[in-house]
Design a binder for this molecule. Structure first.
Ligand code: KG4
Ligand code: ZN
Length: 374
């Protein structure tokens, strides 16, 4: 059995995990910094680095403890090399390099996006399903909205999928979908991060009349590219042009300042019109993500569709993908909500195939904030 310690620090989660043979999660610990960044309405890079420094040692210790292991029992260390915030990445990389050198263990550099792809395989293994390749994978988070074709790298060993191959087939031209959620929530006085609260508010909007309709987003050129900044701006203009929103937005901002940011606390402060606006925004985001991904799956005639990243936690996105998958006769795979958002189990899983292929790093490993997967 190969046990890999994964370390993730690319954005605002300090995470460590131990995964056996690339598929069995022995432990997974995530220290979120949301409470620190909330008052700024987004991730502040300097604060993120400082918090990673404070958290990295206890988080790794806890991951080993939960797996019932000592550092010496680890077979290799997998660490996120990029993409992400350079100062944040450097904390995990420096700690990983130091551990590897001190213990004499191999160090495996991992692309964060490959981690998100592997989160889907981890979940499939847990639930006894097989995500057949080739697949189309949508990674949709606060920092990324990108479509890949994922193919098997041609390993003869059926127990190990071998090195996966990635081909980028579409990406956002401006904002990531999660970023659009966060910005719309901010302008509506609904706090940070925006995804989870908008998800729940949209679900209770029911039949309230739509105050505005958002048409399909047109992107000239590649039909598999995304664009969300126009939609965000359309919400902003709609709110600015309708004075009736301003009172309730102020009331919610005051509630947030008192620390009342829970769904149950904010829902009574939302008019039916606001709920319907949130529903229309979410309908537009979900329709766009699902339409383009399913189009890609048809064009490439793949075996399955994989969806990962923070926004993959969205209830409507999951339900809509399930429905469309059924009607098009293609299986859709999601990680659990915990594996959808940033974690280190996915990094350890992605490190396993690279470890087996002998892709290792030495002490010269550096952070690469814009590391590409394909
Ligand atoms: O993957 P992640 O944890 O970090 C990044 O790599 O960005 O994703 C965080 C993003 C945030 O923008 C957050 O608003 C969004 O994922 N998010 C959601 C939901 N849960 C988190 N968006 C829509 N619906 C959700 N339920
Ligand atoms: Zn991520």
């Amino acid at each position: 059995m190969t046990r890999i310690l994964g370390i993730e620090s690319s954005c605002d989660e300090t995470a460590a995990a131990v995964v056996a043979d690339g598929r069995e999660i022995l432990s997974s610990v995530v220290a979120s910094q949301i409470d620190i960044h909330r008052k700024y309405g987004g991730v502040v890079p300097e604060l993120a680095s400082r918090e990673h420094l404070r958290q990295i040692v206890p988080v790794v210790r806890e991951a080993l403890g939960q797996a019932g292991m000592k550092l010496a029992d680890v077979d290799a260390i997998g660490v996120t090399q990029g993409p992400g915030l350079v100062g944040a990445l450097l904390v995990g990389i420096t700690y990983g390099k130091t551990l590897a050198a001190a213990l004499g263990k191999p160090l495996v550099p991992v692309n964060h996006l490959a981690g998100h792809v592997h989160a889907v395989f981890l979940e499939a293994y847990k639930t006894g399903r097989t995500a057949k390749l080739p697949a189309v994978c949508l990674i949709v988070s606060g920092g990324h909205t990108v479509l890949y074709e994922v193919t098997a790298g041609g390993s003869a060993d059926p127990e190990c999928c071998g090195l996966l191959r990635y081909g980028k087939i579409g990406q956002t031209r401006d904002d990531a979908a999660g970023e659009a959620y966060d910005k719309v929530a901010k302008l509506l006085g609904l706090g940070y991060p925006g995804g989870p609260i908008l998800d729940r508010l949209a679900a209770v909007a029911n039949g309230a009349a739509a105050p505005v309709k958002f048409g399909p987003t047109k992107t000239r050129g590649n039909p598999l590219d995304f664009s969300f900044s126009g939609l965000k701006t359309a919400v902003l203009y709609h709110v600015r042009e309708h004075a009736e929103y301003s009172g309730e937005i102020r009331t919610r901002e005051e509630a947030l300042q008192r620390g009342e940011r829970k769904f149950e606390q904010l829902l009574p402060l939302c008019s039916p019109q606001t709920l319907a606006l949130v529903r229309e925004f979410q309908n537009a985001v979900v329709r766009d993500l699902v339409d383009r991904t399913m189009l890609a799956s048809q064009e490439l005639a793949v075996e399955s569709v994989l969806v990962s990243g923070g926004v993959a936690a969205n209830s409507q996105l999951r339900a809509t993908f399930e429905e469309r998958g059924k009607s098009q006769g293609i299986e859709v795979f999601f990680p659990s909500r915990a594996l959808s958002t940033d974690n280190a189990a996915m990094i350890a899983a992605a490190a396993y195939e690279r470890f087996r292929a002998g892709i290792l790093a030495d002490s010269s490993l550096n952070a690469d904030p814009s590391l590409a997967l394909a």
